[in-house]
Design a protein around this ligand. Structure first.
Ligand SMILES: NC(=O)c1ccc[n+]([C@@H]2O[C@H](COP(=O)([O-])OP(=O)(O)OC[C@H]3O[C@@H](n4cnc5c(N)ncnc54)[C@H](OP(=O)(O)O)[C@@H]3O)[C@@H](O)[C@H]2O)c1
Length: 296
């Protein structure tokens, strides 16, 4: 089976490579090989490889910068998935399109389900929601694609919250972390495992049910970034990744003075995904524990 990964040098792309099942032939497409703003490159690449699946990890992911880079954000997050979907609908390949909890406005008081109303409050979220609409429209009559929403990816590869915290803990005595944005982080490795399970399940013929059009996966539990920082501080010290624990103070989003709105509550309800794939939920604290243990 041939699987093409876009944005393959991002944190999810690299995690997918680390957990690649043996029977899969991977076509890694980093930005240098497949620029998702280049329509011709997208067309030529997909037509020449004719992959069985595409995992669309490539995206404009800089939430703050997106506010001043609408055009590029929409080009990567809306136009590229549209084109990928159009071509796959001709070649017959399947698609896992990665999306985000930021398509929601964060005003709910319970975890978001797949069909809850999307109401993004920033450009990144709006561009990802627009990309979802394109994928849904093109595949509305087939089960060739799933939109897989996730939240707060952290792990061993690339720039992410945990790596930033470890750096700050090494450099500073005191760190302020936002306590009023509630969701849960997601291990890039666990998310990759889930993606390979989706592919395994929905590549089989004669399966009892069809691939859902939208799926959610985030690690189990509900927390703020402050909670995550405190756990990383504790575990990093236990694992001797830092010499001493630092003082962490909770601050509100307003005190952080960031020029972008972020959802206050964006926990994804992943129960259907667990049921469909027959997986046990893994708590975010467990994910961070195993990630930091392996980092030693
Ligand atoms: N990170 C999160 O917390 C999070 C949360 C929810 C959903 N998601 C979604 O999950 C997916 C994977 O995220 P991630 O954390 O792996 O993001 P990431 O580490 O930022 O990876 C995105 C990749 O896309 C590449 N890219 C940027 N511009 C491109 C272009 N013009 N053509 C081709 N590739 C380009 C980036 O390359 P460069 O680095 O060289 O620019 C990077 O390798 C994305 O769809 C994202 O929206 C992420």
């Amino acid at each position: 089976m041939k699987i093409l990964i876009t944005g393959s040098e991002g944190q999810l792309g690299r995690s997918l490579n680390k957990l690649k099942p043996l029977d899969i032939s991977l076509i890694n497409c980093p930005k240098s090989k497949l620029d998702l703003t280049n329509k011709l490159e997208i067309k030529n690449t997909i037509y020449s490889y004719r992959p069985d699946w595409i995992i669309n990890c490539g995206a404009y992911t800089k939430v703050l910068d997106a506010e001043n880079n609408h055009k590029l954000a929409y080009s990567l997050n809306q136009t590229a998935p549209k084109l990928i979907s159009e071509i796959l609908s001709e070649t017959g390949g399947k698609l896992i399109h990665l999306s985000t909890d930021y398509v929601f406005d964060g005003k709910s008081n319970k975890p978001y389900k797949v069909n809850d109303i999307k109401k993004p409050i920033n450009i990144y979220g709006a561009s990802k929601a627009a990309g979802e609409r394109e994928v849904e429209n093109i595949f509305k009559d087939t089960c060739q694609a799933t939109i897989l929403r996730t939240s707060g990816i952290i792990g061993p590869f690339g720039k992410n919250f945990s790596e930033t915290m470890l750096q700050l803990f090494a450099d500073r005595e005191k760190v302020n972390v936002i306590c009023d944005q509630i969701s849960s982080p997601t291990s890039s490795l666990r998310l990759s495992f889930v993606i390979w399970e989706i592919i395994k399940k929905f590549s089989k013929r004669n399966i009892s049910h069809t691939m859902p059009k939208i799926m959610h996966y985030s690690d189990d539990g509900i927390c703020s970034w402050y909670d995550v920082a405190c756990k990383i501080n504790e575990l990093a010290f236990e694992n001797q990744l830092i010499k001493k624990k630092v003082k962490i103070s909770p601050i509100s989003s307003n005190q952080f003075h960031e020029n972008v709105k972020r959802p206050k509550f964006s926990k994804l309800d992943s129960s259907e995904t667990h049921k469909i794939l027959n997986l046990k939920p893994i708590h975010w604290e467990e994910s961070i524990k195993s990630y930091l243990k392996n980092k030693k």
